[in-house]
Design a protein around this ligand. Structure first.
Ligand code: SF4
Length: 439
C-alpha cells in the first residue's frame, strides 16, 4: 500500500482506546461514496485487531437520506447498510447503522409543491440546510445530550480539492488529532485526510470490505456516473453539495446533472423521466413570469423577486412526478414521493386556499385507484376555515398557528414526537423576532 496503512490503523486504535473521555461515542458520516467507504473500512479493520472485550465505545454509522436521493444510489446504499449492520453484529463490532431523514415539513416536495418554493439555484439554496445539515445535526445533538460529547469521523481529504486542503489546514491543530466542530461538545477526527485519491482507489481495489463482497459496484457506479462523491454534509462549508455529484436527483443548483446523464448513457434508461422532471424544474425556476406569482407571501410585490409557484405549476409538477413514479415503480420498485409528503402537500394547498384540485384526485386519476384522503382533507379544510375566522383581527397569527400545526402534523406522521416542544419554541422565537424587526 503506498500510504502507511499500519500507521493509520494505529492512530485509530490509539484514539479509540486512549481517548481522554472514555464515554464519548464515535459518529461516522457515511454516504456510500468512496471516501466514507474507505474511512469506515479502515476504522473497522483497525478495531478488528483488538480483543472484542476492549470495544466498549459505541460507534454510529450515520447515513442521511434527503428523500430525493438518486434512486440508483439509494438502492446501492440500502443494501450496503444492511450488510454493514449484519456483519458488525457477527463480528462483535459495537456499531449501529442510523439513517436520518429531513422532517416531513422540510421535505423537498412539501416545500416545493406544497408551499410553492421555487427550485433552488446557487443564490437561493434553501434545501441544503433542511435536507442535509439539519437531520444530521439533530442526531449529533441528541447524542451530545445523552453522552455529553461526541467525536465525528469524516472521510474528508486534502487531495479532494485545494479548497478542502485549505479548510483542513485551517482547522487542524498541530499535534492534535481532533478539532473542535462548530456544534457544541462535538469534535472532528479525519483519519484519512492525507490519503490521495489514487491511493484511495488503490486501497479500495485491493482490500475487500469487512462487511462482505467487494467494491466492484462502487467502482462501476463512479465510472458510469462520471461522478465525484457527495459526502455527508454536516455544515455549510461542505463544498460538494449541489455540485453534480451523487446527490439529490432533483438538484437544479447545477445546470447539468452529469452523474444522472452518465448513468442513463450507461444503461439506466429508466432514469430518463427523472431527467425530464429536473429539466422542467429548471424551466419553472428560470421563467418566473409564467410559473410564479407576482405577489410574495407577505403580500408585497417586489421589482426583482417573485412570489411562490402558482397553484397550476405545483399541480403540474405533482402530476409529472406521479406519472414518472407510475412508469418506473413496476420495474424498479421506486417511490419518488411518499404518502406522508402528499398529505402535507394537501395541507399546504388548503392553507393557501386552493380547494379546486386535490392531491388524491390527481393521484387517483394517474394510478386509476381510490386513494382516500377525504377524512384528512375535511379536517384540514375545517381547521383552515376556523383559524381564518378566529384570527380576523390579527391575520398574521394565522401563519404562526398554521406553522405550529404543520410541525405537530409532521411529528404525527413520523410517529415519534421527540423534539416537538423544541421545534415549537424555535418557531415562536422566530415569530417574536420577526415582529420585533417589523416594529
Ligand atoms: S444536492 Fe442540490 S438539491 Fe440536494 S440539498 Fe444539495 S443543493 Fe439542494
Amino acid at each position: 500500500m503506498p500510504f502507511n496503512l499500519k500507521f493509520l490503523e494505529n492512530e485509530i486504535i490509539d484514539q479509540y482506546l486512549y481517548d481522554e473521555n472514555p464515554d464519548r461515542p464515535w459518529i461516522i458520516g457515511f454516504s456510500g461514496g468512496k471516501d466514507s467507504t474507505m474511512l469506515l473500512q479502515v476504522v473497522w479493520n483497525a478495531l478488528r485487531k483488538l480483543d472484542p472485550i476492549l470495544l466498549t465505545r459505541q460507534i454510529y454509522v450515520v447515513c442521511n437520506d434527503t428523500l430525493v436521493e438518486n434512486p440508483r444510489i439509494v438502492k446501492f446504499i440500502s443494501i450496503t447498510l444492511l450488510k454493514i449492520q449484519k456483519a458488525a453484529n457477527q463480528q462483535q463490532i459495537p456499531l449501529i447503522v442510523v439513517q436520518t431523514i429531513p422532517k416531513f415539513e422540510d421535505a423537498f416536495w412539501v416545500r416545493l409543491i406544497g408551499k410553492g418554493y421555487p427550485a433552488p439555484n446557487k443564490f437561493y439554496r434553501w434545501c441544503t440546510e433542511r435536507l442535509k445539515i439539519n437531520p444530521t445535526t439533530r442526531f449529533i445533538q441528541e447524542k451530545v445530550s445523552e453522552k455529553g460529547e461526541v467525536v465525528i469521523l469524516l472521510g474528508t481529504r486534502s487531495d479532494e480539492s485545494s479548497t478542502r486542503a485549505a479548510s483542513i489546514k485551517k482547522h487542524a491543530i498541530y499535534g492534535k488529532r481532533l478539532r473542535k466542530h462548530q456544534l457544541a461538545n462535538a469534535y472532528v477526527f479525519a483519519p484519512i485526510k492525507d490519503v490521495t485519491t489514487n491511493e484511495l482507489w488503490q486501497y479500495l481495489n485491493q482490500v475487500s470490505p469487512p462487511w462482505s463482497g467487494n467494491h466492484k459496484e462502487l467502482v462501476t457506479l463512479y465510472r458510469n456516473a462520471n461522478s465525484g462523491d457527495c459526502p455527508l454534509v454536516i455544515d455549510d462549508t461542505t463544498p460538494s453539495c449541489g455540485n453534480s455529484r451523487f446527490g439529490c436527483w432533483v438538484c437544479t443548483v447545477v445546470n447539468k446533472d452529469k452523474s444522472m446523464e452518465g448513468l442513463i448513457e450507461n444503461g439506466e434508461e429508466w432514469m430518463a423521466p427523472l431527467m425530464e422532471i429536473r429539466s422542467f424544474l429548471i424551466e419553472t425556476r428560470d421563467n418566473p413570469e409564467i410559473y410564479r406569482e407576482r405577489k410574495r407571501r407577505d403580500g408585497k410585490i417586489h421589482d426583482r423577486f417573485w412570489g411562490p409557484y402558482k397553484f397550476e405549476t405545483r399541480v403540474e409538477i405533482l402530476k409529472r412526478i406521479l406519472k414518472a413514479q407510475k412508469e418506473i415503480q413496476k420495474s424498479e420498485g421506486i417511490e419518488l414521493i411518499t404518502h406522508q409528503e402528499m398529505v402535507l402537500i394537501q395541507y399546504h394547498w388548503f392553507r393557501d386556499s386552493f380547494f379546486k384540485t386535490r392531491v388524491s384526485d390527481i393521484y387517483n386519476r394517474i394510478f386509476k385507484t381510490k386513494l382516500d384522503m377525504s377524512k384528512q382533507e375535511e379536517k384540514f379544510k375545517q381547521e383552515t376555515d376556523l383559524l381564518k375566522k378566529s384570527c380576523q383581527e390579527e391575520p398574521k397569527d394565522v401563519e404562526l398557528i398554521q406553522d405550529l400545526l404543520a410541525l405537530q402534523k409532521t411529528k404525527t406522521l413520523m410517529i415519534r414526537k421527540r423534539g416537538l416542544q423544541a421545534d415549537i419554541e424555535n418557531r415562536i422565537d422566530q415569530f417574536i423576532e420577526e415582529k420585533r424587526n417589523q416594529s
